[in-house]
Design a protein. Structure first.
Length: 296
């Protein structure tokens, strides 16, 4: 574990909390946060559950259920299982926090309001891929209190093939449209570029190539994921549908003196889902072949 990335992750987590969106359980206490809908993830377009039938939102309560804050994007990976970033459910010492703090809004392309509170799923277990011993393992599985009906959401399949710089990929989430900005109330998606640049290893020693635990992305146009997108999907199209290449971990400015950590020519890292698929299958007690999409 390298100190630099510990600092980076904590920084990005702070950013997530700054991009605040709160649901209040007592209708008399306050109204839901009225953050305006912005135009992009960064440079993104509004998208829906037709493209992202597995999209999910993670909320946390810090006051025993009086209110819930949106913290991260997530995806349904099995009927009763969610994938998201480990840093979304870890404390500053990288320890997993209690499952009882979390709620999920599943299969919706807009953030939840007080009216949705009764439909939020709870979490019974959190399974870690080993984030506390290696920050590259920034992925967790959340087990839900009950299975999600297919009328609500469809689990995403995993992209099992080699990731190259020429593979067209897209990222989606409810995160900020600029660094430190408010979250987006609607799901946004943007095309991004997979990168094989030496900058990818220069800024993260855990990255050697896009066949390991991390996929690197650098997009000159400025299309990027940002705070609040953590845990959200990087997808490629296979057999006409969007399948999971990776999940948003963090990003950083390649100008180390600049604190803005998302945008044009910033470097972003995604946890490559296929690298972890056998672990995911073991947690879910299924054959990993049932989790991957094979090209027709
Ligand atoms: C949270 O959002 C409210 C309303 O949009 C804003 O006034 C406040 O400054 C925000 N807090 C932080 C820490 O960003
Ligand atoms: C949290 O709320 C539950 C009921 O929703 C209550 O039973 C419990 O005592 C509360 N815990 C604390 C620490 O306030
Ligand atoms: C950025 O993402 C948007 C939304 O997907 C897309 O329309 C646009 O073409 C992307 N920009 C580039 C340079 O690919
Ligand atoms: C990727 O990097 C790892 C670690 O350095 C190495 O073992 C592996 O052979 C590389 N894979 C490819 C496809 O280059
Ligand atoms: C991806 O790279 C190509 C070629 O360098 C560039 O034209 C395009 O704008 C880049 N896409 C994004 C999203 O930045
Ligand atoms: C990172 O993105 C921000 C926001 O677009 C931009 O101001 C900054 O110059 C970018 N960093 C680099 C190294 O280009």
């Amino acid at each position: 574990m390298h100190l630099l990335s510990t600092l980076r992750v904590i920084l990005s987590l702070t950013g997530v909390i700054c991009a605040n969106y709160t649901i209040f359980t007592d209708p008399n206490s306050a109204s839901d946060d009225q953050t305006s809908i912005s135009t992009s993830i960064i440079n993104g377009v509004v998208t829906g559950t037709d493209y992202y039938p597995f999209i999910s939102q993670l909320y946390i309560t810090e006051n025993n259920g009086s209110s819930y804050n949106f913290i991260c994007t997530a995806e349904l990976i099995g009927q009763q299982y969610i994938l998201t970033a480990a840093h979304c459910v870890s404390d500053n010492s990288l320890r997993l926090r209690s499952p009882s703090l979390y709620r999920l809004n599943i299969g919706s392309a807009t953030l939840a309001t007080s009216n949705d509170l009764n439909n939020l799923y709870t979490v019974t277990n959190i399974y870690s891929a080993g984030y506390s011993s290696n920050l590259a393992n920034d992925v967790v599985i959340l087990k839900l209190n009950k299975p999600v009906p297919s009328s609500v959401a469809t689990p995403v399949k995993v992209y099992p093939y080699k990731i190259t710089a020429s593979l067209p990929v897209e990222v989606a989430g409810f995160g900020s449209t600029y660094y430190g900005g408010p979250v987006s109330k609607t799901l946004l998606r943007a095309l991004i570029n997979v990168s094989e640049s030496s900058s990818c290893s220069a800024f993260n020693p855990d990255w050697a190539n896009n066949s390991g635990p991390l996929v690197c992305s650098i997009s000159p146009s400025g299309n990027d994921s940002c705070n609040g997108d953590a845990g959200g999907p990087m997808v490629a199209k296979l057999n006409g549908k969007r399948v999971l290449v990776g999940t948003v971990s963090y990003g950083e400015n390649m100008d180390r003196s600049n604190v803005v950590n998302c945008g044009a020519n910033n470097v972003s890292y995604y946890v490559r889902t296929a690298y972890f698929v056998k672990w995911i299958a073991s947690v879910m007690k299924v054959d990993y072949n049932t989790l991957i999409e094979i090209a027709n």
